[in-house]
Design a protein around this ligand. Structure first.
Ligand code: ATP
Ligand code: MG
Length: 449
């Protein structure tokens, strides 16, 4: 086989040379080796070296460094302004809480350092002069497209259950298939996910959701996913018995996650958009199932789930709005779209077109012709946006002050008139232009009296 060669950025080569001069042999390890072998641009470069933390600090005394992780043997070195994490070879001690190893042990053995890593594809090391060092056959697994644990998966997931979610992330982002033993252990160790902090869970969840293969991973890792989001469990195998749908609720959700662009807001929305369906279901005399109110209830459930997972406020508010409105289907004509924009605003309207496309693509094919309606709606939204059509009273060509100058008495009627003007503009009854709006104000005022 051809010897593996990885192109290093100059700052990484400088760092390795510097270590060489100080008498230490540094290796690229982990994600950067994996990504380079896959032909993907590594996010960052991690170096492992047989040197104790104090020796590292000494060796890099001429560089700017950050010592935050130094207790665990990690020193961040700034090389040509790029941060590089340099870590002492470690082996990990026993775990008692499936989160933190009880102690960190340093070692001179690269193999021992690689053995503590989670997956074979993450347990490779590289140096330009030595080539690839791959005691656990990660390269072969990459070639076969398989994600496997280093060592016994049950043991490795019991040590640190977060690895289950990392497995989901790597399968989703890299398109790997879980090795059957890994899959079985992920299922049986799922209950231990309850010991992991919600921040770490949510951060992995987002990364997994944004992978290209998130839908496939959802179908494989049902148990771990339902362990971190328990209300999702009812969706699994839930037959919709409705002519619009060909999938169970869970499979529909998985298909929509995969079908929408890989942005966290959209993917979180799709993950939760139909979560309330099993909770609000009614069945009519013909045995057809209905899900009235699942949008509102789903928004409530999403709020609870995301709050529990420590998600930030802004994201929660946005996702809940998108879920509440995900079934709105404005006709693509100008007036209907403008009215719709008064309700949802431009930003959410554009996101909702993505939500609706993903949702529709995972429904019965007979309904797919509605896609052209969504396209037409999007074109109209963009057209109104380009024209600067107002979607709130702030966008009107008159202000509250203008109305007062016209002789309107101060008080709540000012706001009510502005809202009525906005509606009149959306309905095409008046242009958003000062003279016409003031005239319209007087007409509205007369009618009110
Ligand atoms: P990326 O940086 O692209 O997110 P990565 O593989 O570099 O992916 P990191 O979280 O940066 O992932 O971790 C760096 C390396 O440390 C991993 O490749 C893996 O070898 C090891 N590692 C990280 N977290 C764990 C863990 N929980 N258990 C075992 N090994 C781990
Ligand atoms: Mg990394």
């Amino acid at each position: 086989m051809e010897a593996c060669k990885i192109m290093l950025p100059e700052y990484v080569a400088e760092l390795l040379d510097h270590l060489d001069r100080k008498g230490y042999t540094g290796y690229l390890v982990g994600g950067c080796v994996r990504d380079a072998l896959l032909g993907r641009q590594p996010e960052d470069y991690d170096i492992a070296v047989a040197a104790a933390p104090e020796q590292l600090i000494h060796a890099f005394s001429g560089y700017r460094t950050v010592e935050t992780g130094v207790r665990f043997g990690t020193l961040t070195v700034l090389v040509q302004e790029y941060p590089v994490e340099v870590t002492s070879f470690r082996r990990e001690g026993a775990y008692t809480d499936s989160r933190h190893p009880d102690r960190v042990e340093f070692t001179d053995s690269l193999t021992a350092d690689l053995a503590r890593r989670d997956f074979t594809v993450n347990a490779m090391a590289y140096r330009p002069d030595t080539g690839l060092i791959d005691p656990f056959h990660g390269e072969e697994d990459l070639r076969r497209g398989v994600l496997a644990c280093v060592g016994d998966p049950h043991t490795r997931f019991s040590e640190d259950a977060l690895r289950i979610l990392r497995a989901m992330r790597f399968c989703s982002v890299l398109g790997l298939s879980p090795d059957p033993r890994l899959m079985a252990a992920a299922n049986s160790c799922s209950p231990q996910l309850s010991e992991i902090s919600v921040q770490r869970i949510f951060s992995e969840l987002e990364k997994f959701l944004c992978g290209e293969h998130a839908g496939q991973v959802m179908r494989q890792f049902i148990k771990p996913l339902c362990t971190i989001i328990p209300p999702l469990e009812k969706a699994v195998g839930f037959d919709q018995k409705n002519p619009h749908h060909i999938y169970t609720v869970y499979d529909h959700i998985a298909a929509t996650v995969e079908a929408c662009p890989p942005q966290r807001l959209l993917r979180l929305t799709m993950l939760l958009h139909d979560i309330a369906k099993p909770y609000v279901m009614t069945e009519d005399a013909n045995g057809v199932r209905h899900f009235r109110g699942h949008q509102e209830r789903g928004a409530q459930m999403a709020r609870e789930i995301l709050t529990h997972l420590g998600c930030d406020r802004r994201t929660i508010e946005k996702v809940c709005r998108l879920i509440r409105w995900h079934d709105l289907r404005p006709a693509p004509d100008r007036i209907s779209i403008h009215r719709y924009l008064l309700q949802v605003g431009y930003e959410d309207a554009l996101l909702l077109t993505q939500v609706r496309r993903a949702d529709l693509s995972a429904q019965a094919p007979a309904y797919h012709d509605q896609l052209s309606q969504i396209d037409a709606a999007e074109r109209m939204i963009r057209r109104l946006q380009a024209e600067g059509a107002p979607v709130d009273v702030g966008g009107l060509a008159v202000s509250g002050g203008d109305l007062l100058a016209l002789g309107i008495r101060p008080g709540p009627q000012v706001g009510e008139l502005l809202t009525a003007l906005l509606k009149a503009v959306a309905d095409g009854k008046v242009e958003n232009e000062k003279k016409g709006l003031l005239k319209k104000t007087l007409q509205l005022q007369e009618k009110a009296e």
